[in-house]
Design a protein around this ligand. Sequence first.
Ligand code: SAM
Length: 264
Amino acid sequence: YFIAPELFADTFVTITGDDAHHIVRVMRGKAGDQLIVSDGVSREALVKLREPEKDRVIADIVERLAMNNEPSVEVWIAQSLPKGDKMELVIQKGTEIGADRFIPFVSERTVVQLDAKKEGKRIERWQKIAKEAAEQAHRNRIPAVEAPLAWKQLLKLAGEADAAWICYEKQEGLQFRTQIQEALSKGKAFRIDSDSGLGGDSGGTKRVKLLLIIGPEGGFTEQEVEAAEAAGCRSVSLGRRILRTETAAMVGLTCILYETGEMG
Ligand code: SAM
């Protein structure tokens, strides 16, 4: 996989410098070999080498590939079931922004009652919303929308993430940003180890998994926050203003993805 060939023309690419050296000397590339190249911005293609030259490689485009639009990290949004159709909003907007997984859950102050008979239909509808939002956003992957969990089950899931945060409006101080940066730097370390190059979904890349837990309209109880901390989550503030539950999920997700440097 090579990024930023010097010239990305309609039918061929030209690769120079270290990349050309790597292809010719290290990989011993020969005419007919195929590679994937990207201009690092929006174009990606499968190419076939012409006879390599000393410091330059020209390769013909065999097929243009869709660019990987997935974030380099997985953000799992655990959302205490909100009232009305707000869960739909969380799924739709969260998918556009780049969430990987939605996990509704029930906590002490969750108002919405689960109705086993209607649950299957509701999840189906949520999955359809995720699919449509993924298509509209040109995602490469449709995020998972899972069946609602009980609070204790959710805390178990926290152990599977590389970092987990419980958003708590009463948390003092502003540590979220530093903690995101710490979690992302761990992710970079294992992305390099796995020799994947670009990050994202390609080539068996192991993406860092980050869980964001958002409370219901009435918030979390102090005991719930303590239990989450005991399960390995960190309690964080999203700023001094109290956000609606559906807004909090979007703000937390955007803060994380912004720090990856992939949002602008
Ligand atoms: N009463 C409003 C509503 O109906 O949506 C606000 C509810 S707020 C208590 C809901 C959840 O959003 C909280 O449990 C928390 O997870 C998250 N939240 C809202 N503002 C926050 C903030 N400033 N910092 C951290 N979390 C926040």
